[in-house]
Design a protein around this ligand. Sequence first.
Ligand SMILES: N[C@H](CCC[C@H](N)C(=O)O)C(=O)O
Length: 288
Amino acid sequence: MSPLANHPFWKMNGAGNEIVVVDLRRSSHVISAAEARAIAGAEGSHFDQLMAMHAPRTPGTETFIRIYNTDGSEAGACGNGTRCVAWVLTEGTDRDRLLVETKAGLLACRRLGPASFSVDMGEPKFGWQDIPLAEEFRDTRAIELQIGPIDAPVLHSPSVVSMGNPHAVFWVDDPYAHDLAKIGPMLENHPIFPDRANISLAAVKAPDHIILWVWERGAGITRACGSAACAALVSAARTKRTGRSATVSLPGGDLVVEWRDDNHVIMSGPTELEHAGEFDPALFQAAA
Ligand SMILES: N[C@H](CCC[C@H](N)C(=O)O)C(=O)O
């Protein structure tokens, strides 16, 4: 019988980003891609990201988190999911600070209110090998998505950055004027991104306000993506489109992102517990 059979989970969301949190700190089980897909496919435990809390690897941290996308692939970062983990670990306690670890590094979390948290998402990386890109952009139009006339690509010249995971941010007048369900997978799998990428459409409305719509690597369109919000703010500030802090409005809600002078990116936003449940053992019969 799978150790996940009847295992409790929390179904949450962070600004609408669908998150399932599982506590495996007392277990040696590592969720497989097939198990993650089975959980994502089940009613009541659908997620954009599954956050599996494992025993800590680094002194001073609370947990090592494995992050799974809907397709079973693993991600280095998930801002909205990290806030949900912080809720699980601090709810009912008087603690308001904690340190967690993901494949991309250590993340300091702070409780700002009953269901509001900030996460220090660390430092952005801009080097092409760090994102990674297949090769350095030789000209700024290295990525063009050609759907319309040959001399008028619908999207081109994204900002690219790693927030612990790869992001490309395309600047547009109105994100919702584009067919993201069609162009998202084409760009996610563009050969310039050897590890694929999270694809954002961003509109700068004011020096402190960005509208963002995200096609997530391995998960598709989501109602919010915290690391993409960080990627958008950092890219906007770097190209003088905004200042160093902004509200990022996504379909599921607002996140506030600040790129501090010490180069760390702080993302703040809500968490919501939808329900607690237990995994149906039948889910794992084929997926073991
Ligand atoms: N929703 C997450 C990001 C998931 C990124 C994932 N799709 C990847 O493969 O990098 C967030 O709030 O940051």
